[in-house]
Design a protein around this ligand. Sequence first.
Ligand code: SAM
Length: 192
Amino acid sequence: MKYEKITNTLRISKEFMKDFVNDGDIVVDATLGNGKDTLDLCKLVGSSGRVYGFDIQELAIENSKKLLMEHGLLDNAILIHDSHENVDKYIDEAIDFAVYNLGYLPNGDKRIITKASSTVASVAKVLDLLKENGIVMIVSYIGHPGGLEEKEALEKFLSQLDQRKYHVLKSEFINQKNSPPLLYLIEKSKTP
Ligand SMILES: C[S@@+](CC[C@H](N)C(=O)[O-])C[C@H]1O[C@@H](n2cnc3c(N)ncnc32)[C@H](O)[C@@H]1O
């Protein structure tokens, strides 16, 4: 690999994940996909933590289940076949961390994508569930149809969050071709 540190958004997001997620944490993977983020989260939270994973595709649930079973980590995960927009129907405890890896399932049906309105609705609910100093991390893709619209809706929502309640950071490559993904990090403040 030509670069080792400022490599790509996904790799950088994984470094942040390691920084932010601790043993025993209650976390959410809002877009299970093939389960790679959930697998990393299960390792980070350990046997005393819990990972809630959401996806609207049965295939994603199956792939994630298989991956977790192969690693003997299915016990810490709760896999939910529903839209992350309904996160509040399944989680009634405060969470430490949530990750969204938006877009479509790698090697799956590219027509099934996360959408602006449900993504924003879900992030709003997840922010309500977030503990003080908890983190939400979002990787947003703009290279596919609908991606730019979703990113714009998300950014509009995130940029109007009250800075006394949330800090929002955006990270993007500004000299790369082919629409590289963007990374958003949100921290909830302590109540004064
Ligand atoms: C880029 S993939 C996620 C990759 C995954 N994090 C991984 O590590 O393999 C995006 C996933 O979001 C799912 N998705 C789309 N709309 C959704 C929704 N409303 N709620 C939950 N998942 C959704 C898609 O089915 C797809 O599997």
